[in-house]
Ligand binder design. Structure first.
Ligand code: NFS
Ligand code: SF4
Length: 655
């Protein structure tokens, strides 16, 4: 094995950069092997302080301009742009890029759906016709007496508007609670097609166009909403229709799911179609036979990041780790192929894969990486790509040279709580509804609901902020719902099991034990944050908790975020009415008008607002305080006095 020279000067202290024992073990091995990862690069690349404050602009060549990030903010760019304009425009570009990533992913799902419906793609099919019908009905499509193909065709045509519509409201605006929608209409931020919104936001953030931070914020909200209630929601719903709506499934996570005596294949990225076809290929008797002939006990397909989370919740496919573990998993030496599609794929993977003779395959025409082998994936003939990668993985298995060390850790948990299942789980088969959830919030057993989501980031100790925050929240009777890399952090820490209820406050514990559910519910990938939006809408419609999403005792957090997608998600939660707290660092300087607008004034307009703190305990406090304030406004703050559950209550919960 050819070793790569470590160029880092500063050596990292492993226990300071992660609480994930497997990642820690692999960081130590990487040090011995002379291999560098993002942990090393973060330690040796000081974050640019001007960029961190978002105080620079390079939108034209009269600049780049660098402004004061400290008051008085009297310095302006060559064109005269103020700090508020510059920060708002930078923020806008993040929202546009993040929203584009989700909506392009959703569009790929819709392309696939169209070709399946018109019979041009034969390797996939509509698996969940019940979901097809319910989604169609919700957006006003007639289903009575129509065939699956007719409904699907009508649904396709309607959902295409999510992207292309020039005028009018996107289809899923119909799911938004009336009062929330009223706020959006008043502000002029109900999204048209996502293509139009992203285009307009890019236009408005060009030099010399929109130079009022309030007006820029409006288009940020409109674009972000076109993601949350548009692109991401389409991605989730179409994936459910084609591949099945998740229901709870027990599954193992962490690097212990790798098997030394099997062909280990990692799929990492975001679009479920590649992974679905990998699953089919990995179960093909001929390929399994081939693996056995090469001396392997079988083919071990494992996910990472968001496509991993999709397969975890839908099929119980084991998951090896989140964003900050994608390089370190290669250090095990046990990976026989590393297959990626789009988003969150570090270019650094190429060098690490090379050190361990692991083939790294890109598959999507949107994402080629210098030094990686491109095996293009086509939905019209998916097996051509997936079979080829498996054959190459078998070849690598047979010729393994790297020293193998697989961490022994696995965390088992239950995942796959779609909003449909939450409905069913709490309400029972005969009257599935959100009434029991709302009732338990009103009677105070559950204080509120928090969405904890998002990435991991080498600027903070991996998984630590997620885990400490969530522990604090459930201890205070707050039910936690999760997606993306955050969900994997909690799964590794053992918080996604029903037994974790003992860590919850007495009220939440009682509900969890009665229903048999974990206090932390894993919903899936980042696009599945749309499931949280739908759950919020359901809570409003069910009644007793106010009239708009902004009235609900709920809060959101992305404690270790890193991506532009996360910023877009934050903005659509805020615009939908949710108090949303981010950790790590925030790209807007406190004390500016733009900061005040996002962190305060949006709430006065009937939306949610942003919050920021890198500290998990402070973050929990901010979220709990907000939830308590909402309870007070709803007049249910007194209800938290302990009420003993009587028999009737129990029956209601378990009916
Ligand atoms: Ni979300 Fe998924 Fe993870 Fe962050 Fe990246 S994988 S879409 S962006 S890093 S949670
Ligand atoms: Fe400077 Fe204005 Fe050009 Fe930005 S747009 S680089 S602030 S001159």
């Amino acid at each position: 094995m050819e070793k790569k020279k470590v160029v880092s000067k500063k050596e990292i202290v492993t226990k300071d950069v992660t609480i994930c024992p497997s990642t820690a073990q692999m960081i130590e091995k990487a040090k011995r092997d002379g291999v560098e990862t993002a942990f090393d690069r973060a330690a040796n690349m000081k974050a640019c302080p001007i960029g961190a404050d978002s105080a620079c602009c390079k939108h034209c060549s009269m600049g780049p301009c660098r402004l004061n990030a400290k008051a008085p903010y009297d310095k302006v760019g060559v064109c005269g742009a103020t700090i508020d304009t510059i920060m708002a425009r930078n923020f806008a570009r993040m929202v546009a890029a993040g929203g584009a990533a989700h909506t392009d992913h959703g569009m790929s799902m819709l392309d696939l759906f169209r070709e399946v419906v018109n019979g041009k793609i034969l390797d996939y099919e509509i698996k969940d016709t019940q979901k097809l019908e319910s989604v169609a009905q919700e957006i006003g499509i007639e289903t009575e007496g129509r065939s699956v193909k007719e409904i699907a065709t009508a649904l396709y045509e309607e959902l295409e508007r999510t992207y292309t519509q020039v005028e009018g409201e996107i289809p899923f605006a119909k799911r938004v609670p009336e009062k929330t929608l009223e706020v959006w209409r008043k502000q002029g931020i109900v999204p048209r097609g996502a293509m139009r919104e992203i285009m307009e936001l890019m236009h408005r953030s060009h030099m010399g166009v929109d130079q009022h931070y309030e007006n820029i914020t409006k288009q940020c909200s409109r674009t972000a909403l076109a993601d949350g209630w548009g692109g991401s929601m389409v991605a989730t719903e179409i994936a459910d229709i084609l591949f099945g709506t998740p229901t709870p499934v027990a599954v193992d996570v962490d690097m212990g799911v790798l098997k030394e005596d099997q062909v280990n294949i990692i799929v990492h990225g975001h679009e479920p179609n590649l992974f679905e076809s990998m699953l089919v290929s990995s179960q093909d008797p001929a390929l399994v036979e081939k693996a056995k002939a090469a001396g392997a006990k079988g083919i071990n397909l494992v996910g990472m990041c968001c496509s991993g989370a999709e397969m975890l919740v839908r099929h119980g496919i084991p998951h090896a780790g989140n964003f900050m573990s994608t390089e370190t998993v290669l250090v095990t030496g046990a990976i026989d192929a590393f297959c990626v599609d789009v988003q969150c794929i570090k270019q650094g993977l190429v060098a690490v894969a090379e050190c361990y003779d692991t083939p790294l395959f890109t598959t999507n025409p949107r994402c080629k990486i210098e030094g990686a082998e491109h095996v293009e994936f086509h939905e019209h003939d998916p097996r051509e790509c997936t079979d080829a990668m498996i054959i190459k993985a078998i070849h690598r298995f047979q010729n393994r040279t790297a020293k193998i060390e697989i961490p022994k850790n696995t965390g088992s948990g239950v995942h796959g709580f779609s909003h449909e299942y939450i409905n069913y789980m709490l309400g029972g088969t005969f009257r599935s509804s959100y009434v029991p959830l709302n009732d338990n919030i009103i009677n105070g057993r559950i204080r509120g609901v928090a969405g904890v989501v998002g990435c991991t980031n080498p600027r903070v100790k991996q998984d630590w902020v997620h885990v400490e925050l969530v522990k604090e929240l459930i201890r205070n009777d707050i039910l936690v719902v999760q997606t993306g890399c955050s969900q994997i952090a909690l799964a590794k820490a053992g918080l996604t099991t029903p037994e974790a209820a003992h860590l919850a406050g007495s009220g939440l514990k009682e509900v969890c034990e009665t229903v048999g559910m974990p206090p932390v519910l894993g919903l899936g990938a980042c696009v599945d944050n749309s499931r949280i939006l739908i759950a919020c809408a359901e809570m409003v419609k069910t009644g007793g908790l106010g009239e708009s999403i902004a009235d609900l005792p709920v809060a959101g957090a992305a404690p270790e975020y890193m991506s532009e997608k996360a910023i877009c998600i934050g903005q659509y939660f805020v615009a939908s009415g949710v108090f949303t707290v981010f950790g790590v660092s925030f790209p807007i300087v406190e004390g500016t008008k733009f900061h005040k607008h996002l962190f305060q004034e949006l709430e006065d307009e009937g939306m949610g607002k942003w919050g920021f703190t890198p500290d998990p305990y402070e973050m929990a406090k901010m979220m709990i305080d907000h939830i308590d304030a909402k309870r007070k406004a709803l007049g249910i703050d007194k209800a938290r006095e302990r009420v003993l559950m009587d028999m009737a209550d129990r029956q209601k919960l378990s009916a």
